[in-house]
Design a binder for this molecule. Structure first.
Ligand code: SAH
Length: 485
């Protein structure tokens, strides 16, 4: 310990107090990508520190069982440390791992999955070497190396930029919320964003400033422009700009729209979404067309998708295809199967599967997403995919009661994982295969333990890096019914 502040934490017996400056060893990375440091047996989370490093850090928070500290100096650097290329990396919070070499990021993400499966799921993971040399034992799960991107930058097809006002910057600004606050920091470029989105956001902000378009002010709930959303179709290059504003009209709106169209030739659609509420939700209820068309089209594999102002669409279409192709491979369809896609969203996986199955049933909670799924089925002349609005844990038991029997069930739940009632239904329905697509290894592992106890075997796990430089990792997982293998 180098300095001890008089303001002691209430926990007298802890080895650190608030504002202390300590030297500690970093032994791991948390699932949010923060360095996990140990100081005299006490755990300190140090954002920006890497495993194997010794760092000097200032304690910023002390709790009973752990604390947090701000990295001051790296005393001994990890060989995997790289200089983060983004100028605002430490302030923005959008990325967590730019200071870690990309290959090491992928290695860490695989380990995150392995640890969750073994610690939470109590599964035995085949050693990564063994899985290539001999068939894994039937009680072992193979976790493949993470499939990363050849070019792990500029991968996002959608930018969503909060707009604010900053006198020092000369008026309207847009970028990101300074970490832990609601003040908006101006940003010129975001390295994980497609260049064209960056360019469009810059131009829209510049035009707004030149025309005196007012930024929304959260405190007084006045002004006009709240967010700018830009979407790009990687397949066609077409773009959509969505202005999210407090009201339907503002002075200079017509000029604003026509300058956006003339200075950004790829923009084929300019939409206005009105959000009149004091809320941190980005979108409001009503959307209007200001110029051009209502939707842009993108493709994943050979399936086309219509993207509207509000529709949910995967932000990394390249890796989405990789992840969903794996799901398709694990489904091992021959053309005769009935497939259920629970948590189907806009039907991305359903439509992928429909081409190879006899019939697909999708279920999704959000009515607008189901509308999109149906429209996308029509767009692709797919007539063997049926979509239902509802909770998967309610709809699947009802289908079962109606006598719908699935050969393969795909689940792609949100971060909190599958509802317990849904897992019970999967166990009762006994499909030959379950394909579990997951965005959270911890809830995946928890759910796999339930399915294992219910008669399924976790065969293999393919992690895919959909969000390079962030702490996220997605997986496609194959389970088979024991005794039917
Ligand atoms: N595969 C989808 C994305 C799935 S994301 C696609 O590519 O479009 C998870 C989805 O589950 C979200 O669309 C969310 O609205 C939906 N959801 C959340 N809880 C649900 C529930 N209980 N039943 C059905 N769908 C649910």
């Amino acid at each position: 310990m180098m300095k001890r502040n008089d303001k002691r934490a209430p926990q007298e017996n802890l080895p650190v107090a608030l504002h202390d400056i300590v030297e500690c060893s970093v032994i791991g990375l948390s699932h949010e990508g923060e360095g996990v440091g140990r100081y005299e047996g006490f755990t300190l989370f140090v954002p920006g520190a890497l495993p194997g490093e010794r760092v000097k850090a200032r304690v910023t928070e002390v709790k009973k069982r752990f604390g947090r500290a701000e990295l001051l100096t790296v005393l001994e650097a990890s060989p995997d440390r790289v200089a983060p290329p983004c100028a605002v990396y430490s302030r923005c919070g959008g990325c967590q791992l730019q200071h870690l070499d990309y290959a090491a990021q992928l290695g860490w993400k695989r380990q995150l999955v392995v640890d969750a499966l073994s610690r939470i799921g109590k599964l035995t993971v085949a050693s990564s070497d063994a899985s290539f040399r001999h068939l894994p034992l039937s009680s072992e799960v193979v976790v493949h190396p993470v499939i990363g991107m050849d070019e792990p930058w500029r991968y996002r097809n959608k930018a969503q930029v909060p707009i604010g006002f900053d006198l020092e910057e000369g008026g309207l600004v847009g970028g990101f919320y300074e970490q832990g606050t609601h003040s908006i920091v101006e940003m010129d470029t975001c390295l994980i964003q497609h260049e064209r989105n960056d360019d469009a956001v810059l131009k829209v902000k510049r035009i707004a400033r030149e025309l005196g378009i007012e930024a929304y002010d959260e405190k007084s709930h006045s002004g006009w422009l709240r967010h700018v959303v830009v979407k790009t179709s990687f397949a066609s290059g077409d773009m959509m700009v969505v202005l999210i504003a407090l009201t339907r009209e503002t002075k200079g709106l017509e000029a604003f729209v026509s300058r956006i169209r003339s200075e950004l030739p790829h923009v084929v659609s300019v939409m206005l979404n009105v959000n009149p509420d004091r809320t941190s939700a980005v979108f409001g209820r009503d959307t209007y067309k200001l110029a051009g068309v209502d939707v842009i089209y993108d493709s994943i594999g050979d399936i086309r998708f219509a993207i509207s102002a509000r529709s949910f669409y995967q932000v990394n279409p390249v890796q989405t295809e990789v992840l969903y192709r794996k799901a398709l491979e694990y489904a091992a369809l021959t053309g005769t199967e009935t497939v259920i896609d629970a948590y189907c969203g806009i039907g991305t996986i359903s439509l992928f599967l429909a081409r190879a199955a006899a019939q697909v049933y999708g279920v999704e909670l959000i009515p607008d997403a189901v509308e999109d799924a149906r429209a996308n089925a029509r767009l692709n002349d797919i007539d063997n995919a049926d979509f239902t609005v509802g909770r998967a844990e309610v709809v699947l038991p009802a289908w079962r009661a109606e006598g719908i029997d699935a050969d393969v069930i795909v689940v792609d739940p949100p971060r909190k994982g599958c509802d317990a009632a849904l897992l019970d239904t999967l166990i009762a329905m006994r499909p030959e295969r379950i394909v579990y697509v997951s965005c959270n290894p911890a809830t995946l592992a928890r759910d796999l333990a339930v399915l294992e106890a219910g008669g399924f075997r976790t065969v293999e796990v393919q992690p895919v890096d959909m969000f390079p430089h962030t702490g996220h990792v997605e997986c496609s997982v194959l389970l088979t019914l024991r005794g039917k293998e």
